[in-house]
Design a protein around this ligand. Structure first.
Ligand SMILES: [Zn+2]
Ligand SMILES: [Zn+2]
Length: 90
């Protein structure tokens, strides 16, 4: 399969909402299986790996300007993963 075919396949999976595009600033788009529970991401600034974070600060409606309605939110934490934090400690 050529890369164009692969890309087309991914695109149709996204359209069918089987895959979900995850866009992080300064990074290539990633894809993950859609429909799993609301979660967030942690990106390691050392090794650039992205981890799932299964915790949520909850309702952020109060952060929105007055009169605005929040439907969803997206949250990415940045820092060092366990492996890199261990390496940095030396
Ligand atoms: Zn790391
Ligand atoms: Zn959340």
């Amino acid at each position: 399969m050529g890369i164009a075919t692969v890309y087309r396949n991914i695109k149709s999976l996204v359209e069918e909402e089987i895959l979900q595009e995850v866009l992080l600033p300064g990074d290539n788009p990633r894809f993950e299986i859609a429909g799993h529970k609301h979660h967030h991401h942690f990106q390691c600034t050392q090794c650039q790996r992205v981890f799932d974070v299964h915790a949520c600060p909850g309702d952020m409606s109060r952060l929105a300007p007055k009169g605005f309605t929040v439907e969803n939110h997206d949250l990415t934490l940045y820092g060092n993963c366990k492996d890199c934090a261990a390496g940095a400690a030396t």
